[in-house]
Design a protein around this ligand. Structure first.
Ligand code: WT7
Length: 649
């Protein structure tokens, strides 16, 4: 055993900036975080985390390169912070509470002790398969304990995890495996999703036809299906775990070593592998978890996201565990066996903090209130939402029926790129207003910019949302493409991180996110770029060209509307068949979440004289806002607009 020379551990001994408890305190802490950011984050990092070696410098940064380093030369292992340091005081407390898809299957309470053992076993299995510090491991698993355990096991040995949401298609999986050059894939024999099962291993097999770099596939058993195992490549996980040691010394990492890659869609081109590093990400995800959810020891916290998204990384795994919390992991869906599933779980596990997406709230709000009312929800203290703007109606339904007007709602605005929550109320401190994410968290310096790239000062203004100063969990680069990182986030405005969102700042300084200002569409809280979807459609032999826009949808927030022109080859297939084939192509290339709700076949797409598709017009037609199309006379082909309007769906 190495000598653990922890610095820090002054935890809970004295008041600090770590836990904000009122509005005045928030303003004081916020002011300090802006006036003296290095001192602010340095104190938090030192007092609340375990480091093997202290940093030389809290922050060095240059947004023009861009290069951002937090806690330079500090050494740590994030799993020591998320697991080991809790063993003495809460080894027998539940760390992960696994609630299966099927309500009749028993929930599993994994204590910090057990988590320690299981993560170490998994870490040793990865090592035995040749995984070393810095190697990328692709994780394609359903929401079962092995998913969280694998993520932590990678972090334990310094391997970089790349979790791919297990709803993505084989080609989406393949492109992510190839992009980060993963050698090992971890998956399962299948997954449960409500009444259905999904053949995950089959999807992996198909993906690997085009990924020669993958030498090993580890397969967890979940649905006990009869699957094909490829000799020499595929191995059942359980026997390897059974044979592995429960001891695994944590790899000592540099604060700026990559912790994980997570892909997010861009407005153009292939998905971007956002790279998050170790020290800053740990500090920020833990700090924001504590404050945004006002987590107190003994509370049961539940975030309904999938670990395949950043929300699950930061607020199911790392943030909660770094705080020694009990975090619920739910395998299932909100409507199986019926629409009371969420509320049944809240009652069963006496959930105190509940964090979900507006799309889920809207879907549940459509159903009979008896699904809610038959359950005791009095344990709830804080409710949260994330992923897209929450509309007023959904906010009130959530507030009235779930929170009983007694649990503050935190509307949390952030992104895969930001690593943690950026703008959000602090419950019991910040007064909330429906549809407002309210105020920036400590350390976050938002700016609104106008079309001429000038900052808009003052209140009651609207502009493009940027951040002026680095925060600890900002993504450091795009895997393998630093230039794209620079172009996408740091080129629109000098010395600013550009979020891609628009926002309004009201009279008192509250922020309201108005939505994307680029070609990304948020569908059911999922970030979808239009270009990859169009690329998929254009592969159809009958398709000449296509354009995708979003339009308002009751449950999904936005749904996708596709305009498709066909090649003049005397296509004889009926349109409905073509529609099916197009959606099938999208499912294959991206996944079912990107399927189009409406597909309109048209003679042409409105274009500028330089040949750029005028999406603004297509968006208006799809949303049925026909009175204000703007000037179309300068178009190359104004006549198609009329046709498109006439034939709209
Ligand atoms: C985009 C980021 C952060 C985890 C989930 C999504 C939109 C996110 C809110 C909110 C309004 C929101 C933004 C953002 N968004 N939260 N509370 N209010 N919009 O992560 O997939 O990286 O998407 O989601 O447009 O840019 P993501």
């Amino acid at each position: 055993m190495t000598n653990h020379c922890f610095i820090g551990f002054k935890i809970y001994l004295h008041m600090s900036n770590y836990h904000i408890k009122g509005l005045e305190e928030y303003f004081n802490v916020y002011r300090k975080s802006i006036d003296k950011p290095e001192e602010f984050w340095g104190d938090i990092a030192e007092e609340h985390f375990v480091w093997r070696k202290k940093w030389d410098k809290v922050l060095s940064w240059d947004f023009t390169k861009p290069e951002i380093k937090w806690f330079e030369n500090a050494k740590l292992n994030i799993t020591e912070n998320c697991i080991d340091r809790h063993l003495l005081t809460k080894g027998n407390q539940t760390a992960i509470l696994f609630e299966p898809n099927d309500p009749t299957e028993k929930a599993e309470h994994i204590t910090y002790h057990q988590l320690h053992e299981r993560v170490n076993r998994m870490a040793n299995v990865l090592k035995s398969q040749g995984v070393e510090k810095g190697d990328r491991v692709c994780v394609y698993l359903p929401m079962i304990p092995e998913l969280a355990i694998t993520v932590l096991a990678c972090a334990r040995i310094g391997a970089v995890h790349s979790v791919v949401f297990a709803g993505f298609s084989s080609s989406a999986l393949a492109s992510r495996i190839i992009d980060c050059d993963a050698k090992v894939v971890i998956t399962s024999d299948g997954s449960y999703r409500g009444a259905k099962t999904i053949d995950l291993k089959g999807i992996v097999d198909e993906a690997l036809n085009s990924c020669s770099g993958v030498k090993t596939v580890l397969v967890a058993k979940r649905i006990n299906s009869d699957i094909a195992m490829k000799d020499g490549r595929d191995k059942w996980l359980q026997p390897l775990l059974d044979d592995a040691s429960t001891d695994c010394e944590p790899e000592i990492m540099d604060a700026e070593d990559p912790l994980f890659i997570l892909y997010t869609s861009g407005s153009t081109g292939k998905p971007k592998g956002m790279v998050h590093t170790t020290g800053g990400y740990m500090v920020y995800s833990a700090y924001t978890f504590k404050n945004v959810f006002q987590y107190e020891q003994g509370d049961v916290y539940w975030c309904t996201a999938d670990i395949g998204w950043i929300t699950g990384h930061s607020y199911i795994v790392y943030g909660p565990l770094a705080n020694g919390a009990t975090t619920v992991m739910f395998e299932g869906v909100p409507n199986h066996p019926d629409y009371s599933r969420f509320w049944e779980i809240v009652e069963k596990h006496k959930v105190n903090q509940f964090y979900t997406a507006p799309t889920a709230i809207r879907a549940l709000a459509k159903e009979d209130l008896v699904f809610v009312d038959k359950h005791d929800l009095t344990s709830l203290k804080v409710l949260g939402t994330v992923g897209e703007p929450i509309n007023e109606e959904a906010w009130h339904w959530y507030n009235d029926n779930i929170g009983k007007k007694n649990s503050p709602i935190v509307d949390t605005w952030w992104q895969t790129e930001t690593g943690g929550i950026m703008i959000s109320p602090i419950p019991f401190a910040t007064p909330t207003i429906p549809t407002f994410a309210t105020l920036p968290l400590p350390g976050i310096q938002p700016a609104l910019m106008d079309e001429n790239a000038n900052e808009i000062n003052g209140n009651s203004v609207e502009g493009r949302l940027c951040i002026k100063y680095p925060w600890p969990s900002i993504a450091r680069t795009i895997w393998g493409d630093h230039q794209r990182y620079k172009d996408t986030y740091f080129s629109a405005y000098e010395n600013m991180y550009f979020t891609g969102d628009g926002a309004r700042r009201d009279a008192v300084g509250y922020y309201r996110i108005t939505g994307r200002v680029d070609d990304v569409i948020i569908v059911s809280g999922h970030n979808l770029g239009t270009a990859p979807i169009e690329d998929a459609i254009n592969e159809h032999p009958a398709v000449a060209e296509s354009a995708i826009v979003g339009f308002p949808h009751d449950i999904k927030g936005n749904a996708l509307y596709g305009y498709v022109t066909l090649k003049e080859t005397g296509e004889t297939r009926v349109h409905d068949n073509l529609r099916k084939e197009i959606n099938q192509l999208i499912t294959e290339h991206i996944g079912p979440i990107a399927k189009l709700d409406k597909i309109q076949f048209t003679v042409g797409l409105p274009k500028t004289r330089s040949g750029k598709i005028m999406r603004r017009i297509l968006r208006k037609v799809a949303s049925n806002e026909l009175d204000n199309l703007g000037d179309i006379s300068t178009l190359l082909n104004p006549e198609v607009v009329e046709k498109i309007i006439e034939e709209r769906l």
